[in-house]
Design a protein. Structure first.
Lengths: 455, 275
C-alpha cells in the first residue's frame, strides 16, 4: 500500500513535468528563494547563483533545487531549514546549515515529509538532525556530507539521518560525523545503506523496531558503537568495517533483542568489545574477521540458537565473556568451526580441523566472568601460569562454550574489507626516534667508556 | 669539592662497569625488547592501537621480570662480593648513611643505565610507526619500569645487610623475586576461591598495592590501554579514584612507599650494624 502510494506520487510528479515545459528560475544573491518557489510549477528547476541565503524554506511543489558551487542556505538556528512536503522533490548540490536546536520539535536541516524525494551531493552543517525523513518512502540520500554540532553535548545533538515510519529508502555514500547517531531507524523497514562512512558519533547505525534492513560496505570508526541493532528482525550486514570503538560502553557491533541478523565478511577491528549480544536469537555470524579487540564477544542472557562459523578471531586480549552459562550458542557446523589465534591444539590427521576442541573461555576468563576485578591481573605472569597449569592439568570445568572443530588456519576471505581499515591514522615522528636512540645509546656508552680513561 | 655520596656512587658505577653481568643484562634485555617491538609493531601488519598496547604490555612484562631480578642480584653481589671495599669505606671519615646512599645511588645508576638500551630501541620503532600518539604512553611505561628498578635496588640493599652471608642473601633475593613475580599474583587469584564477593573487590584492588610489580604493570597498562582495557573493573577503579590521573597518583604514592621503606630500613640497620 505504502509502496503503491510512493510509486503513484512519483508518477504524478513525472506526469506534471511532461504536461508543463520545465522552466529554470534563477535566484541571485540577495533575492528570495521563497518567492521563486511561489512562481515555480511542478518539474521546474530553481537555480541558485548566489553565495548565501538566509531563509527557512517550505518546498510544497515538486521542483529541483540546486545551484553553483554549494550555495549556502542558512536557517539562523530557527526551525527547519528546508521542509519538503512535495513528493519527487530533488535537492542537489546545496549547503544547508543552521537548523533550530529544539530536539522535541524534531528540527532538522532537511525535513522530508513526502515520498520519492532525493537529497544528493549536498553539505549539511550545524545540524540538529541532519536529514529527517518523516513518513517518507523511497527517499534517496546520496553523496552528502553531514556534520553535527560539537558545541552541543551528545544528549542534545540530533541524528545525522533520521528515518521514521518510512520504507524502501536508500542511503548511499554519505559521510556523517559529530552527531548523536549516524543513521537512526525507527519503524523504518526495507532500507538499504551502502558505502557510507560514519565516525565520531554515538552509534553509527541505530535500528529500533525496523525490520528487513541491510547495510553493506560501510565504514564505522571511533563511535561508541559501530552499529547498534535493537528490537528488530531480519537485518543483513556485509563487508562493513567496525573499528576503534573505545571506552567502557563501547562496542563494535551491539545486538539487543534481535532476531535473525546475518553478518558476513565484516571486519571488527580494535574495539573495547567487538560483538555484544543480549537477548538475541537465531543470528548468524559467518566469515567475519574479529581482530585486535580487548574482548571479542560478550554474550548476555537470553541469547538462543546463534551460530558463529568460519570467523577468524585473531589477537583479541580475551575471547568471550558470559554473564550466564551458555549452551545454546553454536560455534561450529558440519563443515567446521572458527579460527582462534589462542588455540593451542594440534591436527594429526591433517584435515585442517584441530583434534582437540577449543574451550573458548580460558580459566582466567572464567574467573573474570565471576569477579571482574581479577582483570587487574590481566597479562600478569600469575595469570599466564594459571592458564598453563590449566592446560597441563585440566581439572576445572571451563563452561560450555566450546568450539568442537577449531580451524587450524585462518579462513582466507577476500571480501573482508581490510584495505579500508589499513589506512593508519598515526603519524611517525623521526624526532622522537632520534630522542629514543639517544636515550638508548648515551647511558650505555657512558657505562662502557667509564673507568677506561685514565684519571 | 664533590660530596662523599657522589664520589662513592661514582666508584660503585666504575666497579660495575667491569662486571660482565651488567653488559650481558643490557644486551639480553635490549635484544628481547627489540624482538617484541619488531614482531609486535612491524611484522604484525600494523593496523590498530591494540598492537601498541600488546607490544607495550610485553615490554612491561619483560621489564617486570628482568629488572627486579637484575637489581636484586647486582645489589647482593655489590655488598657481599666486594665486602672488604665496604669495610674500608666505613673506616673513612664519612657517615654510614652517606656510604649507604652512595652505594645505593651507584647501583641505581647502573641498573637504570643498563636498562636504557632495552627501553630506547623499542622507542625508536614506536616513534617510527605510530609517532607522538604513543610516545607519551611509552615514556610513562619507561618511568614506571625505572621506579621498579628503584624499589628493588632498595630491597637488594636491605637483603644484603640483613643476610650478611652471600649464599643466604642470594637465596633470599631469589625468593623475594619469585614471591613478587609469581606467588603474590597466584595468591591473589586464589583468594577468589575463598572470599565473599564483597570483600573480594577491595582485597583485589588494595592487594595491588602490596606488590610493586603489580602497581607498575597496572599503571603502565592504564596509561597505554586506558581504564576501559580493564572492563568493569576499570570502571570500578575510576569510580573509586575519580580519574586515570588520580588513580595513577595513588599508584605512584604506593610505589613511593615501596621506594622509601626498604631504603629507610636499610639505613636504620646499617647504622646499628656491627660489621
Amino acid at each position: 500500500m505504502r509502496l503503491a502510494l510512493a510509486v503513484s506520487s512519483v508518477v504524478a510528479a513525472l506526469l506534471t513535468s511532461t504536461l508543463y515545459p520545465a522552466t529554470v528560475h534563477t535566484v541571485g544573491q540577495g533575492e528570495s528563494i521563497a518567492e521563486a518557489l511561489l512562481r515555480a510549477r511542478p518539474g521546474d528547476t530553481v537555480y541558485l547563483t548566489g553565495r548565501e541565503y538566509h531563509e527557512n524554506l517550505v518546498v510544497n511543489v515538486p521542483i529541483t533545487l540546486t545551484g553553483d558551487e554549494l550555495p549556502l542556505i542558512r536557517g539562523g538556528y530557527q526551525g527547519n531549514v528546508i521542509h519538503v512536503t512535495a513528493p519527487g522533490t530533488v535537492l542537489k548540490g546545496l549547503h544547508i546549515s543552521e537548523a533550530g536546536t529544539r530536539l522535541t520539535k524534531d528540527m532538522a536541516c532537511v525535513l522530508v515529509e513526502a515520498d520519492g524525494v532525493t537529497v544528493k551531493d549536498s553539505m549539511v552543517t550545524e545540524a540538529l538532525h541532519g536529514i529527517y525523513v518523516k513518513a517518507g518512502n523511497s527517499v534517496q540520500i546520496v553523496g552528502n556530507h553531514i556534520e553535527g554540532r560539537l558545541d552541543l553535548i551528545e544528549a542534545d545533538r540530533g541524528n545525522g539521518i533520521h528515518l521514521w515510519n518510512s520504507s524502501n529508502n536508500r542511503v548511499h555514500r554519505n559521510e556523517i560525523f559529530n552527531v548523536r547517531d549516524g543513521i537512526y531507524f525507527s519503524f523504518a523497514h526495507s532500507t538499504r545503506i551502502t558505502e557510507n562512512r560514519i565516525h565520531n558519533a554515538r552509534y553509527g547505525l541505530h535500528y529500533m523496531y525496523s525490520n528487513n534492513n541491510s547495510f553493506i560496505h560501510n565504514r564505522f570508526e571511533s563511535n561508541v558503537a559501530g552499529a547498534a541493532l535493537m528490537y528488530s528482525e531480519d537485518i543483513v550486514f556485509e563487508r562493513n568495517v567496525f573499528a576503534r570503538c573505545r571506552g567502557f560502553r563501547a562496542y563494535g557491533i551491539l545486538l539487543q533483542s534481535i532476531s535473525r541478523a546475518e553478518a558476513r565478511s565484516n571486519l571488527v577491528l580494535d574495539n573495547s568489545r567487538g560483538i555484544f549480544m543480549n537477548n538475541s536469537d537465531s543470528c548468524r555470524f559467518e566469515n567475519n574477521d574479529v581482530v585486535d579487540n580487548d574482548l571479542a564477544i560478550q554474550l548476555n542472557g537470553g541469547c538462543d540458537d546463534n551460530l558463529f562459523v568460519r570467523n577468524n578471531f585473531i589477537n583479541n586480549l580475551s575471547e568471550l565473556l558470559l554473564d550466564v552459562s551458555d549452551r545454546e550458542t553454536k560455534w561450529a557446523d558440519d563443515a567446521g568451526g572458527n579460527h582462534w589465534s589462542h588455540y593451542k591444539g594440534y591436527d594429526l590427521d591433517r584435515d585442517g580441523i584441530g583434534d582437540v576442541p577449543f574451550d573458548i573461555q580460558n580459566v582466567f576468563q572464567v574467573v573474570e566472568s565471576q569477579v571482574p576485578e581479577v582483570r587487574f591481573y590481566l597479562l600478569s605472569p600469575a595469570a599466564e601460569v594459571l592458564q598453563a597449569a590449566e592446560r597441563a592439568l585440566p581439572i576445572l570445568n571451563l563452561g560450555d562454550a566450546r568450539d568442537p572443530k577449531p580451524l587450524m588456519q585462518a579462513v582466507v576471505n577476500k571480501e573482508v574489507p581490510w584495505q579500508q581499515a589499513s589506512s593508519s591514522r598515526f603519524s611517525p615522528s623521526p624526532l622522537w626516534a632520534v630522542f629514543f636512540l639517544a636515550l638508548a645509546l648515551l647511558p650505555t656508552t657512558a657505562l662502557l667508556r667509564l673507568g677506561t680513561q685514565k684519571r | 669539592m664533590k660530596s662523599a655520596v657522589l664520589i662513592i656512587g661514582w666508584q660503585e658505577v666504575v666497579l660495575h662497569r667491569r662486571n660482565r653481568w651488567v653488559i650481558s643484562f643490557s644486551v639480553l634485555f635490549a635484544g628481547l625488547t627489540l624482538l617484541v617491538a619488531y614482531f609486535g609493531m612491524i611484522t604484525s601488519g600494523y593496523a590498530g592501537f591494540q598492537d601498541f598496547t600488546r607490544t607495550s604490555a610485553s615490554i612491561i612484562n619483560l621489564g617486570g621480570f628482568l629488572i627486579p631480578l637484575f637489581a636484586l642480584l647486582l645489589g647482593v653481589f655489590s655488598f657481599l662480593t666486594h665486602r672488604e671495599y665496604l669495610e674500608i669505606l666505613v673506616t673513612q671519615p664519612v657517615s654510614r648513611t652517606r656510604v649507604l646512599l652512595g652505594k645505593y645511588l651507584g647501583l641505581l645508576f647502573t641498573v637504570v643505565g643498563a636498562s636504557a638500551l632495552g627501553f630506547g630501541l623499542p622507542g625508536v620503532i614506536i616513534a617510527l610507526t605510530i609517532g607522538t600518539e604513543g610516545i607519551f604512553s611509552y615514556l610513562a611505561v619507561i618511568l614506571y619500569s625505572c621506579l621498579l628498578a628503584v624499589v628493588f635496588t632498595g630491597l637488594s640493599v636491605l637483603i644484603s645487610l640483613l643476610a650478611r652471608r652471600r649464599q643466604v642473601a642470594l637465596g633470599i633475593a631469589l625468593g623475594v623475586w619469585v614471591f613478587f613475580e609469581l606467588l603474590y599474583g597466584v595468591l591473589m587469584l586464589a583468594t577468589t576461591l575463598y572470599l565473599s564477593p564483597n570483600i573480594l573487590k577491595t582485597t583485589l584492588l588494595v592487594g595491588l598495592l602490596g606488590n610493586p610489580i603489580d602497581i607498575s604493570r597496572v599503571l603502565s597498562l592504564l596509561q597505554v590501554g586506558g581504564p576501559h582495557l580493564f572492563g568493569p573493573a576499570g570502571a570500578t577503579l575510576m569510580k573509586l579514584t575519580g580519574s586515570t590521573t588520580l588513580a595513577s597518583l595513588y599508584g605512584l604514592a604506593g610505589l613511593m612507599v615501596w621506594v622509601v621503606c626498604p631504603l629507610a630500613a636499610a639505613i636504620f640497620v646499617f647504622r646499628r650494624q656491627d660489621l
